[in-house]
Design a protein around this ligand. Structure first.
Ligand SMILES: O=C(CO)COP(=O)(O)O
Length: 261
């Protein structure tokens, strides 16, 4: 089998934090600390709230920063009477590289099911944006030992109608809900078990070659102190980081720990 050549992706999901001025300050601090070796070693992304994307874009483009950025959500609709929604074409116009689709907090608080997540993944691709498809089980499912089948079912639901060409560029993020914001990090072996199963299933649904190209991240209480062991797993290609991405020093430390093999 061809050896994997996947560039790590470390993405900071800011969630509901940072107004546009705070966003500028945080990205400036990151940019000050990061160097070319960091950017060569990993793709580095921030996912600000919608209101801060324009400010981040202006900073990144004005200073030609190698930090990429994206949105925490994307509408399944392109335009029309959908109050409060932000579309793929709007995000593309802001040069967003990524959009999260199906984060567990969207699934839980906004009742997004696999069909909606599927529509969001396709909406992102239609606008030239790379979806970061978030998957993961809750505590009950984990306790019942059904975490692999649960996560694979979410994957299949989200990929209906997605082409092999698209899946090669897709980013999947395995985020066990019980490990998000709880300090309860999955063990590296827990992360590897599910990430390997996801890659295997992508191989079965598409092709082994496509599966070797899809980047699969782990998320859930990732910090500078635990990221190296998680990244050492064969099928983990990066991290989706919440809390630890809000502090520039900690996030840069985390990025460096992630790529030191
Ligand atoms: O949900 C997450 C990233 O999308 C993980 O959040 P924490 O890193 O704060 O646990």
């Amino acid at each position: 089998m061809a050896t994997a050549k996947r560039k790590p992706l470390i993405a900071g999901n800011w969630k509901l934090n940072n107004n546009h001025l705070e966003a500028i300050a945080l990205v400036q601090k990151m940019a000050f600390a990061l160097n070319d070796a960091d950017y060569d070693a990993a793709d580095i992304a921030v996912l600000p709230p919608f209101t801060a994307i324009r400010s981040v874009q202006t900073l990144v483009e004005g200073d030609k920063l190698r930090i990429t950025y994206g949105a925490q959500d994307i509408s399944q609709h392109e335009k029309g009477a959908y109050t409060g929604e932000v579309s793929g074409p709007m995000l593309a116009k802001l040069n967003c590289t990524y959009a999260l689709a199906g984060h567990s907090e969207r699934r839980e608080y906004h009742h997004e099911d696999d069909a909606v997540v599927n529509a969001k993944v396709k909406a992102a691709f239609a606008s030239g944006i790379t979806p970061i498809l978030c998957l993961g089980e809750g505590l009950e499912v984990r306790k019942a030992g059904r975490h692999v089948e649960h996560t694979l079912a979410q994957l299949e639901g989200a990929l209906k109608g997605v082409t092999e060409e698209q899946v090669r560029t897709l980013v999947v993020a395995y985020e066990p809900v019980w490990a998000i914001g709880t300090g309860e990090v999955a063990t590296p072996e827990d992360a590897q078990e599910v990430c390997a199963a996801l890659r295997k299933r992508i191989g079965e649904l598409y092709s082994p070659e496509a599966a070797q190209q899809t980047r699969i991240l782990y998320g859930g209480s990732v910090k500078s102190g635990n990221v190296a062991a998680i990244m050492a797993q064969a099928d983990v290609d990066g991290a989706l980081v919440g809390g630890a991405s809000l502090d520039a020093d900690e996030f840069v430390k985390l990025i460096r720990a992630a790529v030191q093999g």
